[in-house]
Design a protein around this ligand. Sequence first.
Ligand SMILES: [Zn+2]
Length: 264
Amino acid sequence: MSSPSGVKIMVYHWIDRDPGQRLREWGLTPEAFEAQMMALAEGGYQVLPLIDVLQIVRGRRPAPPKSVALTFDDGYLSLMDHALPVLKRLGFPATFFLVSDRVGATNTWDARHGDRPRSLMGWSEAAELAAQGMEIGSHSRTHPVLTGLSEAEMENEIRGSKETIEDRLGRPVRHFSYPHGVDDARCQRLVAEAGYAGACSTLSGGNGPGANPYRLHRSEISYYDTAWSFSFKARTGFGMRSWARSAAGDLLRRLVPTPRGVAS
Ligand SMILES: [Zn+2]
């Protein structure tokens, strides 16, 4: 169920002077990212670590009225120059999800789109992030669409990546991010069985008490976001399009009662 209440989790990919062509939507310039972080600070938002979001979802503490969490998928090297200094200056925690078999390599899973490959951080950069108080999570071993894999392959991606990152960094890995934002009940079960405390999808909306900890909702921040649309995402967890779909759905559900025996 999507809800605009609860903590909003933002997801970023690369922050780079060259945001790319075909995949430009997933990149931000350093200036745009800094402006967004300043907007959160000046807007009185509390930026929470993911572990606190899990506490809120599990009903163990209340959600602050204006709160967000920050996540970065894939582990791009450019984040060391363009995200870490801003986060440190503002005292914002964040979670960086690494693709464990691609650490120090490039985003090979995006090669078919034709943009230049982007460098991913190495283990020394990941260790530096952890030493600076940032959290390192897992984004699988090779960034596949998990739902297309056998259960053994899926487990290898989910559990194997956790073990590798923990071995390399000497710290527990508590959170998972589904590659391509795609998951199903099997993925969620294997993530829980591997010992993760929670997992992030890319479904829109907030994360309040009672939300599924293995399907946390996130707002994807895009190159095309404006100051206004970013502030809307921080407040609601939705982009305008997903908000319209959700609002229209709510209105329809109120106007047209669900027939008996049909799940809504
Ligand atoms: Zn990814």
